[in-house]
Design a protein around this ligand. Structure first.
Ligand code: IZC
Ligand code: ZN
Length: 412
């Protein structure tokens, strides 16, 4: 029986009620068995117990990245100068760059190439404290490449410690073979790709990029309705750049999450609270696209909307796997407090991927996904920015990162 005890004077449980605990976590067979004050009682120990002394360090639940575009080919550093000179994101896309250039690279990549690149990203995520992610397709757009990307993520889910939850995002852009024929592309998705993805359990969620010049709210609704009837849970890229009442649409469709929301209306926020749609905010993208503003996280929180924060890891608008980097923008850009941000990246992020019963807080019965930060308290993690403060990561009760490095057996 695998038996682990973690002792720390600063356990940030992310549970309701008692938030910070000076105590111990007892893990048996990858699950949290017990959480208690002070030193672990003698009865918790056996001959095989692995004792992790994290006194003077801060322990949190494993970080959850609820919005990533993990699997893709190539990179887009060639767009950097254009962006710096002021070319807007949607303008680059219109000219066949942006997402469409990544589509080309992804179609050219073999599954092994995609896997090698994505595995490297997963390693980065893990050493920065992320233990579960959501991963979107959307850089294939054609049948074969979308399926290839979704299967790549599923195989990595088996092979890599990070847990991956798949989302089908065929509605990410209009592929060049359907240029000026968006209706036919939608029919192709709803009649050919989505039924296959659903029947073969290649994705649990479906997502739509609802944006000016991409999919309109009406088109997004048609796609979401089709997705829902095929059994997908719904997500939507909503109100990122142009206000289109995406938050309202997400609420009507009972989406699990609506993501971005920089241009969400107050009515949209209220509708989200009523429909229990989690807001997934992506401050790294605001920073990287130099939008000059962040989603109004404070207003959403004041209105009672559940807020999660994720990386949006993708090659165009936020090329980082590191949630600690995103903590910096959430803190100094959105002015959220450390205790708020950590919940946005753990328990609230678990809600955004429909895993709140399994992960996201340190409590009895949940997966033993834990991060030990080399920081004496939670505030310190935010205060001392710009470096990786992860000392250890425990995933499913196994030590997978030690001294900030992947342990033997994780590195392949
Ligand atoms: O590749 O630009 N916003 N999708 C929607 C993206 C950004 C990813 C990209
Ligand atoms: Zn995205």
């Amino acid at each position: 029986m695998k038996n682990v005890i973690v002792r720390s004077n600063c356990i940030v449980t992310c549970n309701e009620g008692a938030e910070i605990l000076d105590g111990y976590i007892h893990v048996i067979d990858g699950r949290i068995e017990e959480l208690g004050k002070g030193d672990a009682p003698v009865r918790c120990f056996n001959k095989e117990t692995r004792y992790v002394d994290a006194r003077g360090k801060t322990v949190t639940p494993g970080l959850i990245d609820a919005h990533t575009h993990l699997v893709h080919g190539g990179s887009r550093e060639n767009e950097l100068a254009l962006k710096l000179k002021g070319t807007p994101y949607l303008e680059i896309l219109k000219k066949g760059g942006g997402i469409l250039s990544t589509v080309e690279s992804t179609r050219k990549s073999t599954k092994e190439e995609l896997k090698t690149k994505a595995r490297k990203s997963l390693d980065q995520m893990l050493i920065h404290g992320t233990t579960t992610i959501e991963a979107k397709s959307g850089y294939g757009l054609d049948f074969e490449t979308e399926v290839k990307c979704l299967k790549t993520a599923l195989e990595l889910n088996e092979e890599h410690p990070v847990d991956i939850i798949n989302t089908y995002l065929g509605a990410h852009a209009i592929p060049k073979e359907y240029k000026d024929n968006i209706e036919n592309y939608m029919i192709f998705m709803t009649d050919e790709v989505m039924p296959y993805v659903s029947e073969n359990h290649l994705a649990e969620f479906m997502d739509v990029f609802c944006e000016e010049g991409v999919f309109s709210p009406q088109q997004s609704r048609v796609l979401m309705e089709a997705g829902k009837s095929l059994g997908f849970k719904l997500k939507i890229h909503a109100d990122e750049i142009v206000p289109l009442n995406g938050a309202e649409l997400a609420s009507e469709m009972q989406a699990v999450s609506a993501d971005h929301l920089l241009a969400a209306s107050e009515e949209g926020m209220e509708a989200m609270r009523k429909a229990d749609v989690t807001a997934v905010l992506l401050p790294g993208t605001s920073f990287y696209l130099m939008l000059g503003k962040y989603a109004d996280a404070r207003k959403m929180m004041d209105k009672g909307v559940r807020v999660a924060i994720a990386t949006d890891y993708n090659p165009g608008s936020c090329p980082t796997e590191n949630l600690q980097e995103i903590m910096t923008y959430a803190c100094f850009g959105m002015r959220l407090l450390p205790e708020e941000i950590i919940r946005c990246m753990t328990i609230n992020a678990a809600y955004a991927i429909d895993r709140s019963q399994e992960i996201g807080s340190i409590e009895h019965g949940k997966k033993a996904d834990l991060v030990v930060f080399d920081a004496p308290n939670l505030e310190y993690i935010f205060y001392h920015f710009g470096i990786n403060q992860v000392d250890k990561v425990i995933k499913d009760g196994k030590l997978v990162v030690e001294n900030g490095k992947l342990t033997e057996g994780v590195r392949v």
